[in-house]
Design a protein around this ligand. Sequence first.
Ligand SMILES: [Zn+2]
Length: 451
Amino acid sequence: MTGRFFRLRTLRQLATLVGWVVVWALSPVHADESNRSESLILDLLITNAQIFDGRDALAGGPYQVHIQGQKIIAITATDSPVDAKQHIDAEGRWLIPGLIDAHVHPSIPLGFLALRDADPNYIAYRSAVTAEQMLRRGFTTVRDMGGPSFGLKRAIDEGLILGPRIFPSGAMVSQTSGHGDFRSPGAGDASGRDVMEQRGYGAIADGGSAVLAAVRSQLRQGASQIKVAAGGGLSSSYDPLDSVQYRADELRAAVQAAEDFGTYVAVHAYTPTAIRRSIEAGVKSIEHAHLIDEPTIKLMAERGVFLSPQAYLFSGAAFPLTGKAQGIAAGLDQMMRWAKQYDLPVAFGTDVFGSPRIYGLQANEFSIRLRWFSALEVLRQATSGNARLLALSGMRHPYREGKLGVIEPGAWADVLLLDDNPLDDITLLENAEQHIPLIIKNGEIIKNTLK
Ligand SMILES: [Zn+2]
């Protein structure tokens, strides 16, 4: 950590010297390369690498990838002359874009009961550790689908702590008795805001104008997209899985507030009725969806709505499948087969939250998807495919100055080096400690065990 802080301090002094301090302070990632002194810019040539560029394995090779500052600036044949200050010989290993998890909760590091009683600072420390561990698994970007992650994102972007780029949703917007109503069963007439709402886990709103206010409140804090609960859920107390949440006019209000801010709504929904109502209201991303039927999945395909499912969590290996979880798991296989058949845009997301053990299962989502998709398709989902989903944030995309999920000139320097070809063995991604010797995020070397 000493080196990181030293670098920040040096940068700050330099910025003052050249009179750029205002620009620097206002810059969202505050490390605009124009402000960096020549000697501080990462100027790295990775040589002898095979490349999966987020879309395909590049033919030929090996290649060399030139990283300067926070961006990839060139990909050339190995041995073509390039002037760079640092070199890393990949020795034939595979370079891939940093992974993206499209549905995760870094700011819910405890179970809901423990969360309610814990000191907020303790929760924040746990979230920071969680974020660094995600990054060390190779996830350089995550879409936070609910939870107070604005401060976590800021601390990471400012370089105070290590973690992935975060697309925050803020509090999940929910009706009374919906999936985001965390109030205890004994909460009387349920009219007050409880601690879970005060701290930004859920925002309870009923009726169009209340929904508008709840959505705008998340946007005000910097949400890059909005999460709404449109149907029953697993981890909530009052809502049967088959319950439909929010009327059409309430969903339309949420979508309009988001779209007026240049972004979109993602909904938590499992059943065809909840999913269909959401799509008709203009929702762009359906989270989970495990109980969908064939006509509704066809509608999603027609409208180009993203399906954001989780397989590993409901495989029976993560936790015992009883009660609601059993119902959700029952629909998984059929949904995935339809998703493949109708060529839906499928996001790669894990929904991990609540404990170190569950977070530790994040990368297990890769190989289980081989039941329905090829390794190439799964890798695309977790890189360029998810980047397409993140692009729906439009002008609220926090990292829109560069491309995510691809290796090409102009993309953010978010890359991983794998011991071997992930298209042949996707399980390499499930053991980062052993098989991912190099992790670079935003032009910063997070891990390098090659030296
Ligand atoms: Zn979730």
